[in-house]
Design a protein around this ligand. Structure first.
Ligand code: IPM
Ligand code: MG
Length: 351
């Protein structure tokens, strides 16, 4: 297969983890006889510095005309403590999601046998967890009307959802549930929010089209508790943008390290693959960040092109690196940590 992949390294540790994913993808491509054409493009603070905006049109054109996008991370501390900054790296990510129509963010949470004891949660609670949070990504409070009034002393952000936005996300959830254990949980705050009541109404109306799927409805606050108490209660979960943002960070604790969880963002055309961790600026340039989430995101990419053997190969070498202790410092025991680039080299040569 011939794949054109836009390569958006972004900020912080983004470039370092992306480099490792590229090594692994190249090894997979040569093993299975594929040709990958990488198309590097600027995003985030790196793009602000170069051209003054975090998701330039040239980057969008490269992404929109590629088969997929592999993305590192976005964000730089120099903007975080400056509420008056006019442009922020994160705006680039939001603009990219919106312009590419990436309305569904697929964030799986699973455990690795060799890492169960890395999680702060008890083994018996998390062993065997295998859930997917399907987060709505181009609507809700992230994109609703916002502003200031009363001379700046009142600020508002509105959570707006249309029936159609909920339907297209829920459809993906139902379809995913059909391929898995046929359990779908709609996570909302329908006891308080009108937007959540529309979620419930919409999902309830869709139930008849998927009679085999058992649908449950739970409030997001209760889910936040149950997710760490008994994650095995869940399989496919669908939820609004902000709720999904929060729950997926929480869920990453189950796996033992945020450096492990991959994600994909899908829409109508090109999909984007990225680790769920952020740009981890404190580690940037030190060659210490865990590249596995990005490498596993590349596995999701192959999977989506029905390149199942390729995806399996990547997951197998990742598991092997974990069980053999070829890991970065976040996972290392007794000070035996490998560098980001060493882990990447090891994975690529083991492919
Ligand atoms: C994520 C991140 C982003 C989000 C930030 C960086 C804008 O936290 O992808 O989860 O809030 O969506
Ligand atoms: Mg987040």
């Amino acid at each position: 297969m011939n794949l054109n992949i836009a390569l958006l390294a972004g900020d912080g540790i983004g470039p370092e983890v992306i480099d490792q994913a590229v090594k692994v993808c190249e090894a997979v491509a040569s093993k299975y006889d594929h040709q990958i054409n990488w198309k590097p493009a600027l995003t985030g603070a790196a793009a602000i510095d170069a051209v003054g905006e975090p998701y330039p049109d040239t980057t969008h054109e490269i992404c929109a005309s590629s088969d997929a996008v592999l993305f590192g991370a976005i964000g730089h501390p120099r903007f975080d403590n400056d509420p008056s900054a006019k442009v922020r790296p994160e705006q680039g990510l939001l603009k990219m999601r919106q312009k590419l129509g990436l309305f569904a963010n697929v964030r799986p949470t699973f455990t690795f046998p060799s890492l169960i004891d890395k999680s702060p949660l008890k083994r018996e609670r998390i062993e065997g967890t295998d859930l997917i949070i399907l987060r709505e990504l181009t609507g809700g409070v992230y994109f609703g009307e916002r502003g200031r009034k009363d001379g700046g002393d009142t600020a508002y952000d509105t959570m707006t959802y249309t029936r159609q936005e909920i339907q297209r996300l829920a459809k993906k959830g139902f379809e995913m549930a059909m391929k898995r254990s046929k359990k779908l949980c709609c996570v909302d705050k329908a006891n308080v929010l009108e937007a959540s009541r529309l979620w419930r109404e919409t999902v309830q109306a869709m139930e008849k089209d998927y009679p085999e799927v058992e649908v449950s409805y739970e409030f997001v606050d209760a889910v936040a508790m149950r997710l760490v108490q008994w994650p095995k209660a869940y399989d496919v979960m669908i939820t609004a943008n902000l709720f999904g943002d929060i729950l997926t960070d929480e869920a990453s604790v189950i796996s033992g390290s945020m450096g492990l969880m991959p994600s994909s963002s899908v829409g109508n055309k090109v999909s984007l693959y990225e680790p769920i961790h952020g740009s981890y600026p404190q580690a940037a340039g030190k060659d210490i960040a865990n590249p596995l989430a990005t490498v596993l995101s590349a596995a999701m990419l192959f999977e989506d092109f029905n390149l199942t053997k390729e995806a399996e190969t990547i997951r197998a070498v990742v598991n092997k690196s974990l069980s053999e202790g070829i890991v970065t410092e976040d996972l290392a025991e007794d000070g035996k940590a490998y560098k980001t680039s060493e882990v990447g080299d090891w994975l690529a040569s083991n492919v």
